[in-house]
Design a binder for this molecule. Sequence first.
Ligand code: SF4
Length: 398
Amino acid sequence: MVGDVAIGGNAPVVVQSMTNTDTADIDDTVKQVAELSDAGSEVVRITVNNKDAAKAVPYIKEKLLKKNVDTPLVGDFHYNGHVLLTEFPDCAQALSKFRINPGNTGTRGRDKNFSTIVEQAIRYDKPVRIGVNWGSLDQQLLAQKMDENNQLPVPKESKEVMMDTIIESAVRSSQLAQEVGLAKDKIIISCKMSGVQDLITIYRRMAAVSDHPLHLGLTEAGMGMKGIVASSAALGILLNEGIGDTIRISLTPMPGGDRAEEVRVGQQILQSLGIRNFIPQVTACPGCGRTKSTYFQELADEIQGYIREMMPIWRDVYPGVEDMHVAVMGCVVNGPGESKYADIGISLPGTFEEPKAPVYVDGEHRVTLSGDHIGKEFRTMLDDYIMKRFGRKEAEQV
Ligand code: SF4
């Protein structure tokens, strides 16, 4: 468990995210955690990189709780986690999990520093993620593995040795944590790499040698479409093989961009694979020469935006609404078919078609809209459908 969120076993795959604010800036961090949580992030990681950040953590937690945001916070520690968690017990207490990078616990006394963090996890009853990252791999262990490899009659490729080292670093760290006294079920493991094929290979190997819950993520996935496609390709294959208990999409946002995009991408990967639904799915055709205007694209965008905007409220009031399927189609060719298949769908008129838009509800033609307010009328029908089908919790309880 990370806070109240179950990870591993039969629990649903959990979507995580990470802030990019200065943690010492309490208000900025609270605001971003709340935004990520609103977007559906079930766990949020924040960096705890210095004393000011460690001091800020309990205040961040307190302010979030006052806003009714109880999303578990994970502290990301590198180099000085052993010092910060010891000096700032309120920070340790406020966090729901500690992330330890075994490659970044110090060159001198690294096992001791690692053990100190684990002791704090035991003291405050917190789980840890042993997060190995190929960009910050334990250099002493890598050098040792390289030396061993050079003694072999037929040495392996250096990349193979690096992969072996990543696995060994994770397995050794897990063993050390358990020797210190941390329960096995308090350990989550990740082995992040930035290449798609490398990530698939390393997680397949990790899944074969470990029964710890695995956190998946393509590290440094990149910006925009590149990051989204690469993450989807890598995580899609692994999740489809049943590998992965929690995910994070490491997108680089555009300057001033929306950090919550990484949450939506993670959710969409799981939803597209049929693993978990988070938001009503909108099916829209790509459009073609049969659509003379951008009207249906605008309507599809409007409906999608409306659903996203309403989801933080609908999630609580209309349980199950995330399984709903909406269709917004461009013309008569596939429009009625897709619309009938959806829970509620609209087929807009294409070029040379009568300016009318049939709406289908639960597979039946319900009404045909026309005129200048098709979008608004369809949205009203959507609201009505959701209210009737998914009910109000309060109404059910009366
Ligand atoms: S449904 Fe009509 S408009 Fe949409 S892609 Fe198919 S043929 Fe083109």
